[in-house]
Design a binder for this molecule. Sequence first.
Ligand code: 5GP
Length: 190
Amino acid sequence: MRKLKEKILAEGRVLSDSVLKVDSFLNHQVDPEFALELGREIAGRFAGSSVTKVLTVEASGIAVALTTGLALQVPVVFAKKKKAATQDPGSYCSHIFSFTKQEAVDIYVNKSFIHSGDRVLIVDDFLAQGEALRGMVEIVRQAGATLVGVGIVIEKVFQGGGQALREMGVRIESLAPIASLAGGVVKFAE
Ligand code: 5GP
């Protein structure tokens, strides 16, 4: 998506060889018009897939998940994060390691919000090592729902999370795949 790539180049800040900050439009301040465009783009890529629910994880995925759900006219569920493991029988729960916080967290979704008949599209802001995604895929599996695919705004391809999930047969659409951040330079993948 050309406009997204231009925005990353203009406003993104490379903090290290593996971390990109896009706080001005995605992760801290949100540009609502642009979030709508991102949501429409993801929704368009999964048009005809009969999605019944969009799933993300708090907090940064929520804005784009919301606009994707708006475009697809389906509800949006965000998994909540908890530090300590709590096996609530009323929730699906998965254990993940947070890339940005460098800590283990549990993510959970109340069982009343995803059912076995659901066709779920997972949406997130970033895909790095794939932990967040793996946790959400696990929740879809626990619900017995169908995973239609994954829509990602920025995929850092060099961190390998996408490859591992694609090898498991998961369809992942990334709007801006990044091949490298080495030397403070954003290089997009083909
Ligand atoms: P993963 O679980 O794939 O390793 O990391 C995904 C999560 O970590 C995303 O939901 C995102 O919130 C955060 N994240 C990973 N890499 C970056 C990054 O370079 N910049 C920012 N702002 N967040 C990131």
